[in-house]
Design a protein around this ligand. Structure first.
Ligand SMILES: NC(=O)C1=CN([C@@H]2O[C@H](COP(=O)(O)OP(=O)(O)OC[C@H]3O[C@@H](n4cnc5c(N)ncnc54)[C@H](OP(=O)(O)O)[C@@H]3O)[C@@H](O)[C@H]2O)C=CC1
Ligand SMILES: O=C(O)[C@@H]1CCC=N1
Length: 268
């Protein structure tokens, strides 16, 4: 029976764990590693998976090892798992900025490594992941990572040189949209709406707009123009956003995220 080790069970690790189980993966085939005892009990109780305190114990006998620790923790983790990695095991890293080359350098020679950038909508099976093969990963190894991510949403294969941009766009992307949602809810409250009513209006507007964008397959500019009546309310609002260079601010913000991803990849 195949065994998957999940190293790091914080926000993204738990998202993936829950998504895989929801997609029908057997809990007996997954072992999680978490250093905190209370967290291990929580995960075992909630998901029925086995857990280990030490990553080295979790990877022993695993054919797939998924790394979901903070990028800053990767350097300490690699020697720990390298010693116990089964021959031929694939290492799938979801860690922002960390390159396949850095991972390969810290793992036994020829270890197949796949770099993935997921996002949190995977919690509701609507994730978007980009997947890139390392130097020793075969097509089968790459497909294994794609299968894992397709269990919790969509996945595309991209050249690794795109990964920092992907991280900035779809990895961090949900946070930008939630930021816009927060701003709109606060604006509604500012206009005198009760917060629960403002929240219901904005949440469904966000959901409906996303669905319309995807299902209609129309360009967002067209969809925006459909809302913007001549000399109407939307035109008045959009003029304010343009005067305040909101699009440029988004571009600069996403460039900053890309730069930070590159910087995380330069850490020792
Ligand atoms: N959150 C997101 O939306 C996304 C996150 N990612 C990536 O996922 C990774 C995790 O992020 P996130 O889940 O947000 O962070 P969290 O801090 O929530 O989770 C990381 C977890 O890893 C644990 N950990 C660290 N070292 C070890 C170890 N040696 N053995 C076992 N567990 C360990 C941490 O434990 P402890 O608390 O004890 O340190 C923590 O529980 C990052 O690399 C991030 O770039 C990628 C895309 C999206
Ligand atoms: O903020 C971060 O660094 C991680 C990577 C992408 C989303 N969250």
């Amino acid at each position: 029976m195949s065994r998957t080790a999940l190293i790091g069970t914080g926000v993204m690790g738990e998202t993936l764990l829950a998504g895989l189980l929801h997609a029908g993966w057997a809990p007996t085939g997954i072992v999680g590693a978490d250093r905190r005892e209370s967290r291990r009990h929580e995960l075992e109780g909630r998901y029925g998976v086995k857990t280990e305190e030490f990553a080295a114990d979790a990877v022993a006998g695993a054919d797939t090892v998924i790394l979901v620790v903070k990028p800053q923790d990767v350097a300490d983790l690699l020697p720990e798992i390298a010693a116990n990695l089964a021959p031929g095991a694939v290492v799938v890293s979801l860690c922002a900025g960390v390159t396949t080359g850095q991972l390969e350098d810290g793992l036994p020679a020829d270890t197949p490594v796949v770099r993935v950038m997921p996002n949190t909508p995977a919690q509701v099976s609507e994730g978007m992941a980009a997947v890139s093969a390392g130097a020793h990963a075969s097509a089968v190894d790459l497909e294994k990572a794609v299968d894992i991510m397709e269990a919790v949403g969509k996945a595309i294969v991209v050249p690794e040189r795109y990964q920092d941009a992907v991280t900035a766009l779809s990895g961090s992307g949900p946070a930008y949209l939630f930021f816009v949602v927060e701003a709109m809810i606060d604006a509604g409250v500012g206009l005198g709406l009760p917060r629960d009513i403002s929240t219901a209006l904005v949440n469904q507007t966000m959901y409906g707009s996303a669905k319309l964008l995807v299902e209609s397959e129309r360009h967002p500019t067209l969809l925006r123009e459909m809302v913007t009546s001549p000399a109407g309310t939307t035109a008045a609002a959009l003029r304010h956003l343009e005067e305040r260079s909101v699009k440029a601010a988004f571009m600069a913000a996403i460039e900053a995220a890309r730069d930070r991803s590159e910087e995380l990849g330069r850490r020792d």
